[in-house]
Design a binder for this molecule. Structure first.
Ligand code: OAD
Length: 227
């Protein structure tokens, strides 16, 4: 079975109604990264950060996987599909994909701010955490998100997966955030690389086949190309 590795970003979930970060009108036009997505921001104003992620979870529980997520799940019938996602939503899993690695954490998980960093799962009915919400050992809970300036614990696993890809398909990421954006450099020289995005992505390696389209339509083109 051919191994297809997917590297997905915010554009993957755009058709589910979840806004991206850097497009016009994106989240980073409305919020200051340093305030809501850094350890310093959390120290300065934890209530603001917790509220920001409560809003993201509210949006997620009101969303569902789109056609693109479903196409990727369906492809598991014919290919060994591994998804490496920068997205913190769980729409790949909801669509039925079984091998999903979250590089930047997961919205529906929270963890203790103690050194043990115990992780807890939230539910669709009970997805908010607020100041004063503590783990059983009495430590404040925080989002299970990799903030800017924090280590990316899954990056080595992701590199190992990319190194074994026959096909790499990059979907809906501006490729501006590292180390995620560097993963494309780890493919074997014999593997084929596709990129699906409606906008031009800068500084791509020359061997990339660009499919200039939104995720669902681009994935349909991709499936025809590899069939
Ligand atoms: P960006 O917002 O930087 O990029 C989104 C990409 O999706 C852009 O290239 C868009 O052109 C593309 N796009 C928009 N609509 C699309 C659609 N319908 N189908 C396909 N592509 C579409 O998001 P990321 O690259 O994912 O990290 O951002 C990377 C990281 O930066 C995120 O994981 C997040 C953010 O800050 C953290 O919060 C730690």
């Amino acid at each position: 079975m051919k191994k297809i590795v997917v590297l997905s970003g915010a554009g993957m979930s755009a058709e589910s109604g979840i806004g991206t970060f850097r497009d016009a009108g994106g989240l980073w036009e409305k919020y200051i990264i340093d305030d809501v997505a850094t350890p310093d921001g959390f120290r300065r104003n934890p209530a603001l950060v917790l509220d920001f992620y409560n809003q993201r979870r509210k949006q997620l529980v009101e969303s569902k996987p789109n056609e693109g997520h479903l196409i990727l799940a369906e492809l598991e019938n014919k290919y060994d599909i591994h998804i490496i996602t920068q997205n913190v939503d769980n729409l790949h899993e909801q669509a039925g994909s079984t091998k999903v690695l979250h590089l930047h954490g997961e919205l529906m998980k929270v963890r203790s701010t103690s050194a043990s960093a115990d992780v807890f799962e939230l539910s669709n009915n009970n997805y908010e955490i607020n100041l004063g919400d503590k783990c059983p050992k009495g430590y404040q809970l925080r989002p299970h998100i990799v903030w800017f300036g924090e280590e990316v614990p899954e990056i080595e696993n992701a590199v190992d997966i990319v190194k074994t890809a026959d096909i790499l398909v990059v979907i809906g990421t501006s490729m501006q955030v590292y180390p995620a954006a560097s993963l494309i450099n780890y493919v074997k020289t014999t593997s084929t690389v596709y990129l699906i995005d409606p906008l031009d992505i800068e500084h791509l390696p020359t061997h990339v086949h660009v499919i200039k389209n939104i995720a669902s339509k681009g994935l349909k083109e991709f499936v025809k190309m590899i069939d």
